[in-house]
Design a protein around this ligand. Sequence first.
Ligand code: LMR
Length: 328
Amino acid sequence: FTAAAVALSLSVSAGAVQAACDDGEIVIKFSHVTNTDKHPKGIAASLLEQRVNDEMDGKVCMEVFPNSTLYNDNQVLEAMLQGDVQMAAPSLSKFEQFTKQFRIFDLPFMFTNIDAVDQFQTSETGQAMKESMTRRGLLGLAFWHNGMKQMSANVPLLQPTDANGLKFRVQNSDVLKAQMAALGGSPQPMAFSEVYGALQTGVVDGQENTWSNIYGKKFFEVQDGVTETNHGIIDYLVVTSTDFWDSLDDDTRTQLATIIEEVSTSRNAESTRVNAEAKQAIIDAGGVVRELTADQRQAWVDTMKPVWEEFKGDVGQENIDAAQTINA
Ligand code: LMR
């Protein structure tokens, strides 16, 4: 980290600690990158903070830093391993350096909706994925849902060929890079906090994201429109370091785990509705939303789905089959 970044994070956290936490409380800094309103993760993180601070007052104090104010997703996992932050909920695409198992969640058209994602995650395979990075010092506590991804660009996107030659911001994931290449586009990995500026200045032409992210960060304002492709998903892992988790006494750990589970269950059930509201908010704000005909959508499927072949070895054919059975 640069000295400036360290100084900034210290001053931000020191200010918040004084305001919110008492001496002797275990402080959990929870860093994330999205907005807090009309956003599944933003709402869930705020609820978690409130419940922990109400129910574990005197023992544990949680401080949520949204909107990349503490770290962006490219930094947060390293910061967690250093003990500078205790929890985060990066999208599953952001674990590229730690595990290849999560690649199944990035493959285009793998899951038809978030219910299917939920079922897959609830399976034994899905639950085991939370512990797939413990050797690297990271422990997944829960999956949090966002929703289905949509495509946007500075030109109308109706056929996949409309994406030819465009630069698309992607999360830093090999699957997503391959997906944009399959469209004839040029993938540009970039932190979430930089996307609005990059779209506005034309550094990139387009991006893919959920309604809540497109609304929350106002991407629709600097795009020609958003096409309802529902071609992939954004989901999250609430993650901590094994060092931090192991440092808690049993009672504290159990109580915290119970609160996280309850918040996850209740908020995950609302994620689709929250995204529908964000979509409506885009339309109300004058954003253009384009729907695809069945034939047009099939053309996107035919163009993007061949990407599976390249990553079959990483994710396992049996897991692909399990996901497809759930969809059916
Ligand atoms: C993105 O980088 O586009 C998303 O993963 C951001 C988020 O956390 O939803």
